[in-house]
Design a protein around this ligand. Structure first.
Ligand SMILES: C[S@@+](CC[C@H](N)C(=O)[O-])C[C@H]1O[C@@H](n2cnc3c(N)ncnc32)[C@H](O)[C@@H]1O
Length: 189
């Protein structure tokens, strides 16, 4: 999956944003995740672990799975989270995820980057790996209107229900759409 690896410049700029804006960008999002301490959580497209860094602490009895299609990002994520023991690192693609496994799945600036045809596989796979009653939390740039509509259509077709949605102006990133979907019933295969 080397074709998905970032350049050194991209990694440097992301680390810089994390160091300078970690709290207003990534911690603010992590603080809004519906976590009580014992959940099994998936960070889909974790990158260098910008959000995971702030989500791991509030999970003292839970488990955070950091998944990325890029081995280079996943290695960077391992370094960011080296102080935590409650993390699993996964280098695989969404369709390989086990069903009914997570209480919370979050995607932070990931889905808008995925092609429309790939989203048709990724979103149903995420919905399937969510437990009944679980939550899918997304934050994507508002300007990606076409992708946002496709994501909404696919989540709802996959049996998820939109519970909350708001526009938030984020430092460096501009207006973003944050959406929370829940899984009310089993998703048929
Ligand atoms: C813009 S970065 C965001 C990283 C992190 N969530 C953040 O906000 O800092 C997008 C990430 O999604 C990953 N990604 C893209 N397509 C993916 C896929 N199909 N499956 C898993 N990860 C993917 C990329 O490798 C990259 O790490």
């Amino acid at each position: 999956m080397m074709g998905h690896d970032p350049t050194r410049l991209e990694m440097f700029l992301t680390r810089l944003a994390f160091l300078l804006y970690g709290k207003p960008i990534y911690k603010a999002f992590a603080d809004r995740l519906p976590l009580h301490g014992g959940e099994r959580v998936l960070d889909f497209g974790c990158g260098m672990g910008t959000v995971a860094y702030y989500a791991a602490g509030p999970l003292p009895h839970g488990q955070l799975t950091c998944l990325d299609i890029s081995g280079r990002w996943l290695n960077a994520c391992r370094r960011t989270l080296r102080g935590y023991r409650n993390i699993i690192f996964l280098h695989l693609e969404a369709p390989a995820l086990p069903p009914d496994s997570f209480d919370v799945i979050f995607c932070h600036f990931v889905l808008h980057d995925i092609s429309a045809s790939e989203l048709e596989r990724v979103v149903p796979a995420l919905a399937k790996s969510l437990k009944t009653g679980g939550a899918l939390v997304l934050r994507e740039p508002l300007e990606e209107m076409e992708k946002l509509s496709a994501i909404k259509r696919l989540t709802e077709q996959s049996g998820l229900v939109l519970k909350d949605s708001r526009i938030i102006d984020v430092s460096l990133m501009g207006n973003t759409l944050e959406s929370v979907y829940t899984k009310a019933t089993e998703v048929s295969s």
